[in-house]
Design a protein around this ligand. Structure first.
Ligand code: MG
Ligand code: MG
Length: 256
C-alpha cells in the first residue's frame, strides 16, 4: 500500500528534508583532496545530533548483510555504487568522485538524499557521468505530478541515461518514504514491467535515486557485506531527492 501524507505530515518531511540538505552541503565542503571519508561522517553525525534528529542509516538492519549499518553516511568512492562505509584510511584523491548519501528521522518522519562530488579536476568522461546522472534526476522530478504514473518517472531516468551511453544499476532502486525509510512503491531507474505502475496522487512521496555506471550495469557486493561496486570497475554516480506529489506539481523536500 502506498501511504499518502497529509499537508501537516509533508511539513514534517520538509523539515527532515532540509536537515538532510544541510548535512550534504556541509559534507560536500569537507570532501576535498586529503580528507578522509570518516571526516565527513564525524561532521554529519554531530550535525544530526545537534538538530535533535536521529540518523536513518546508523542502526538500520539489512537482512542481506545480516547486521545493522554502523554509520550515518554512506560514502561510495569511484567504482563503489552505494552503501560504502566511511573509513579513516580512505583518503580522497584528485580525480576521485564520492557519493554522499544520508538520511535522518525528525519528529517521526524521514528524509533521504544523495549527491556525488568530484574531488578536484576529474576526467571529461567522469564529468559527463555526474552531469547525466544529475540531469536524469532533474528530468524525473518534473514527472512527479498528479496524473502521471510511476513508469513516467522510471522511464525518464532510463531514457536519459541510456541515451547518453551510460548504464543503469538494476539491483538497487528508489522508494517511497515517510514514517518508514523505505515504503512502497519501489522506484527503479528503469521501467520494470513486472511491477505495478500506480498513478501518482497528491500526498505520495518518492525518493528517486538514479545510480548510473560509466561502464556495464552489473553490480556486486564486497566481502564487507555492504559496499556495492561495479563489476567492471567503472565509476558510478548517485544522486537522490525526496519529492512530494502535490496539486501544484513536484515539491522537492530535500532542497530549499
Ligand atoms: Mg534512498
Ligand atoms: Mg539515500
Amino acid at each position: 500500500m502506498i501511504v499518502r501524507k497529509t499537508a501537516a505530515e509533508l511539513e514534517k518531511m520538509r523539515r527532515s528534508g532540509l536537515l538532510v540538505w544541510e548535512v550534504l552541503q556541509k559534507t560536500k565542503e569537507l570532501a576535498v583532496e586529503g580528507a578522509t571519508t570518516m571526516d565527513l561522517e564525524v561532521a554529519a553525525e554531530k550535525m544530526i545530533a545537534d538538530a535533535g534528529a536521529k540518523p536513518a542509516f546508523k542502526g538500520y538492519y539489512v537482512p542481506a548483510a545480516g547486521e545493522a549499518f554502523k554509520f550515518v553516511l554512506c560514502t561510495s568512492v569511484n567504482d563503489e555504487i552505494v552503501h560504502g562505509m566511511p573509513n579513516l584510511k580512505r583518503v580522497l584523491k584528485k580525480g576521485d568522485i564520492v557519493s554522499i548519501d544520508t538520511g535522518v528521522k525528525l519528529d517521526g518522519y524521514y528524509g533521504d538524499s544523495a549527491i556525488t562530488v568530484p574531488i578536484g579536476e576529474v576526467s571529461e568522461q567522469t564529468k559527463k557521468l555526474l552531469q547525466v546522472t544529475q540531469e536524469s534526476l532533474e528530468l524525473a522530478i518534473e514527472k512527479v505530478r498528479p496524473g502521471n504514473r510511476l513508469f513516467d518517472v522510471c522511464g525518464t531516468v532510463e531514457k536519459h541515461v541510456k541515451g547518453n551511453g551510460f548504464s543503469i544499476v538494476r539491483e538497487y532502486v528508489g522508494h517511497g518514504i515517510g514514517t518508514q525509510l523505505h515504503e512502497e512503491p519501489q522506484v527503479p531507474n528503469y521501467v520494470d514491467r513486472k511491477n505495478e505502475n500506480p498513478k501518482l496522487k497528491p500526498g505520495m512521496v518518492l525518493a528517486v535515486e538514479p545510480m548510473v555506471n560509466a561502464g556495464k550495469p552489473e553490480a556486486m557486493v564486497l566481502k564487507d557485506k555492504w559496499t556495492a561496486v561495479t563489476r567492471d570497475g567503472s565509476y558510478s554516480a548517485h544522486f537522490e531527492h525526496c519529492i512530494a506529489v502535490t496539486e501544484n506539481g513536484p515539491w522537492v523536500l530535500t532542497r530549499p
